[in-house]
Design a protein around this ligand. Structure first.
Ligand code: 16G
Ligand code: ZN
Length: 546
């Protein structure tokens, strides 16, 4: 294949004039939007090559998720709607960082290494979020695809999970209709089917807390989730009465003091949503691939229901349905080091369902979940889904063709779930199905287990790349002196045995994260502080010592 320099720079329109180095991390490239135009053009080129290599549709999503409105980002999606394979991440980094003169050589190397031939026309499915910068970046990505003779399937402004769904359907029509409406119809119809078979919602004095209530406040983070929900809410109103807040379009600033990330990190109610005792709220992030719930009890106290609470609810429900349907399928949960220890203990000890631990980042969890017949994976931050193996899907389908209501419910749940990636909207509909099925209010759900007090803090260091971890990031191997010092700290008398802490370098920001969990809030504060100081002292802390 030929790569003429005027073609691969769009006659100089997309030149690499930057000193900045980009790295394709857990969520693709993510940084200030102003720095990304050439990167997006080049990701258009790379997506076209990936499409030729796979002879399939490839996805390209423009978003910076829960990050501030001034940021943006891009990630590529593989044919079955999964994150792009890790071996191509290095290609992405090389392509993004090459000088204009080097670029043709870098592209040639990829073509040779990946045995790409010119005979397949590239097809790239492109989506973007609501950020103001997404339009310009979209134009750059389209130009990149077209520069290599590729075709673009433009999904417009969509949630990240919808883009993943579109890629999957483009390559595997049996998964669903490959259009934005196809996705909406699939979720709406399956949700209504499931709810129409459920117990009627009863009315009681304190609906949100002590029995199932159809009223739900929706916090859209002022992003694309609000737009998608505005389309769906009227169509499901007979089963779920959603009131949309932070719906974007002039209602407030994207991700600012609202949305799933804000709610999870600050453990507080989102601004822009009326806070009345007895109300419950679901928050999604800026691109609607994360979801967390919150409620305010009758006494006015705030409660967070994070990804761990959602995971345990889903695992408990699936386990019960499998047993009712008489299906002996291997169900498992995948968590990360951030999962609250109480949630892990609940799933292991009470539900007797195996729990695996993966490194942070969806691709790691997804990969491990594939080892179960039915793999549930969730990060505490609210990103997660359920995946069914082919044999599990076939067994459920067969059982559903008999008279088993539980098997039919499982089959419908499989349709409701977005197996390609965590999907805030599909996940929240599943949560509602389960709560309604059980007749549970928020307090019933919350009572499954009690979270251990925990805290997440960050430390700035001169070079976060000196950090290395093992055991699904639960132990730090470099800097070498750090883990022994942490172990010493954990063995001191001020902590109870259940205390836990770990240190890991962020994959998306230039800092190191410290997580601490202990029996009391004061122990957590002390542990987080002591570990932050160790990190600062042993790994070249920058700025003020914690
Ligand atoms: C990205 C990941 C998310 C992870 C987060 C960790 C995907 C699609 N997203 O947002 O799963 O929790 O990074 O960020 O993989 P950190 O490395 O900065 O802590
Ligand atoms: Zn997101």
């Amino acid at each position: 294949m030929e790569f003429r320099s005027d073609v691969i720079t769009c006659s100089g329109k997309y030149s690499n004039n930057q000193q900045k180095l980009f790295s394709y991390g857990t969520a693709g490239f993510r940084t200030k939007a102003d720095d990304l135009e050439t990167v997006l053009f080049r990701m258009g080129l790379l997506a076209a090559l990936r499409s030729k290599a796979k002879k399939a549709h490839i996805g390209l999503m423009i978003t910076a998720s829960h990050n501030p409105a001034c940021d943006n980002g891009v990630k590529l999606v593989d044919p079955y709607g999964e994150m792009m394979v890790e071996s191509w991440e290095a290609h992405a980094t090389h392509v993004a960082n090459a000088s204009d003169d080097e670029l043709a050589g870098v592209l040639h190397c990829i073509v040779t290494e990946e045995h790409i031939t010119a005979d397949h026309t590239a097809q790239v499915v492109i989506g973007r979020d609501t950020r103001p910068s997404s339009n310009t970046l979209h134009a750059a990505a389209v130009s990149g695809v077209e520069a290599l003779g590729g075709k673009v399937v433009d999904c417009g402004v969509v949630t990240t999970p919808l883009l993943h769904y579109r890629v999957r359907c483009a390559n595997d029509p049996s998964y669903g209709v490959a259009s934005n409406e196809g996705y909406t119809d699939k979720l709406v119809e399956t949700f209504l089917k499931l709810q129409s078979c459920a117990q009627p919602a009863t009315s009681c004095a304190q609906p949100a807390t002590s029995c199932y209530c159809q009223d739900l406040l929706f916090d859209g983070a002022n992003g694309v989730g609000g737009l998608q929900m505005a389309i769906m809410a009227p169509r499901i109103s007979q089963a779920l009465k959603l009131t949309i807040h932070n719906g974007g379009e002039g209602q407030g600033v994207l991700n600012y003091r609202c949305g799933a990330d804000f709610v999870k990190v600050s453990q507080s109610w989102p601004s822009g949503v009326p806070a009345t005792p007895g109300s419950r709220c679901v928050s999604v992030d800026g691109d609607a691939d994360r979801v967390v719930y919150s409620y305010i009890d009758e006494l006015g106290a705030y409660h967070l229901m994070d990804g761990d609470k959602i995971a345990t609810l889903v695992v408990g429900f699936l386990q019960e349905q499998l047993s009712e349907a008489g299906l002996a399928l291997r169900l498992g949960l995948v968590q990360t080091a951030y999962a609250n220890g109480a949630s892990t203990a609940y799933v292991n000890d009470s539900l007797k369902v195996p729990v695996g631990f993966a490194k942070t980042g969806v691709k790691h969890l997804h990969h491990m979940a594939l080892s179960f017949d039915i793999g549930v994976y969730f990060e505490a931050n609210g990103h997660g889904t359920v995946i069914f193996s082919d044999s599990a899907s076939a067994a459920i389908k067969e059982a559903a063709s008999t008279d088993s209501p539980a098997a039919r419910r499982l089959a419908a749940v499989k349709d409701l779930i977005n197996e390609t990636v965590g999907d805030a909207i599909s996940d929240l509909l599943l949560v509602e199905v389960i709560l309604r099925h059980r007749g549970w209010g928020m307090r019933d759900w919350d009572a499954q287990y009690h979270d251990m007090p925990n805290k997440l803090v960050t430390v700035r260091v001169a070079d976060r790349s000196v950090f290395e971890t093992t055991d699904a990031e639960r132990r730090c191997t470099q800097p070498a002196a750090l883990q022994p010092a942490i172990d010493d700290l954990l063995s001191t008398s001020f902590l109870h045995a259940r205390a836990r802490t770990f240190v890991r370098p962020s994959g998306t920001e230039d800092l190191v994260r410290v997580y601490a969990e202990a029996a009391t809030q004061s122990h957590v504060e002390e542990l987080a502080l002591q570990v932050s100081r160790l990190v600062f002292d042993l790994a070249g802390g920058v700025g003020e010592r914690p």
